[in-house]
Design a protein around this ligand. Structure first.
Ligand code: CTP
Ligand code: CA
Length: 235
């Protein structure tokens, strides 16, 4: 990549990038999942490697080849991903939360397969859910002033309840308090598509950049903003 040859602006940096979508077991054969393919996280990893960074990829159920040069940790559930992030985030320069993390998990996954015929007549089981930990929020709260890592979140929003997708993203950016929030308007649907249009917000909900194009174009736009926000290297 031509750009990487002239732009080694992430040399000496390490990024922890989460990618894919978590799976929450309901019973030994079933899970709750989402449509995230991992492609945006992969594009970020490729782009960061080209710009000279070291990359640790926490991959939640991603069926893609590991980008050459990246270290990969495979995880399944939101709890697994939280454990991987907790273990590694203090040692990296930036945490990029591109993974789609389940908001809810089974309160008590069944140890046996849930059987249709054990419910009476046409009745259906009720599956109790509980909230998962908010990995991004927790990482922001746990970080001290001026400490690593810089933190980037992603939000796919549709408008609703009288608010536009952008308004919801702005308030999410303020609520999460990450250094950057990459907002994708999915009112028209986007999962699995190769192209993307994003706005990059800061922690106050202000728009700092926008990008339209392939996931690679979006990845470089995110890294352009991130590069300027990394804690200083004490040379
Ligand atoms: N995220 C996280 N842990 C969770 C849920 C989300 O770290 N349990 C991260 C995602 O990886 C993403 C960001 O938070 O980078 C925003 O995710 P999103 O689902 O848009 O935000 P939520 O706070 O879960 O709000 P919503 O009700 O819109 O799903
Ligand atoms: Ca969510």
């Amino acid at each position: 990549d031509e750009r990487g040859m002239i732009l080694q602006d992430l040399a000496g940096r390490e990024l922890l990038i989460t990618a894919g979508g978590t799976r929450e077991d309901l019973d030994p054969v079933r899970f709750l999942a989402n449509h995230s393919s991992g492609r945006q996280g992969w594009a970020l990893a490729h782009a960061a490697l080209v710009r000279g960074a070291r990359v640790l990829l926490a991959a939640a159920n991603v069926d893609l080849e590991t980008p050459p040069g990246a270290r990969r940790l495979d995880v399944g559930s939101a709890a697994d991903l939280a454990a991987a992030v907790t273990e590694h985030r203090r040692g990296v320069d930036a945490l990029v939360m591109a993974a789609a993390v389940a908001d809810f998990t089974a309160a008590e996954p069944s140890r046996e397969k849930i059987k249709k015929d054990e419910s009476e007549g046409d009745s259906v089981p009720t599956i109790a859910l509980r909230r998962t930990d908010d990995i991004l929020r927790h990482s922001v709260l746990d970080r001290g002033d001026g400490e690593r890592p810089a933190i980037v979140g992603f939000a796919a929003e549709t408008g609703g309840n009288g608010s536009s997708a952008l308004e919801l993203a702005r308030s999410k950016a303020r609520r999460k308090g990450a250094d950057l929030l990459v907002f994708n308007d999915v009112t028209a649907g986007v999962f699995g598509s190769p192209d993307n249009a994003v706005r990059i917000l800061d922690g106050d909900g202000g728009e700092v950049a926008e990008a339209t194009g392939s996931k690679t174009v979006v990845a470089h736009a995110v890294l352009d903003e991130l590069a300027g926000r990394l804690p200083q290297v004490p040379w």
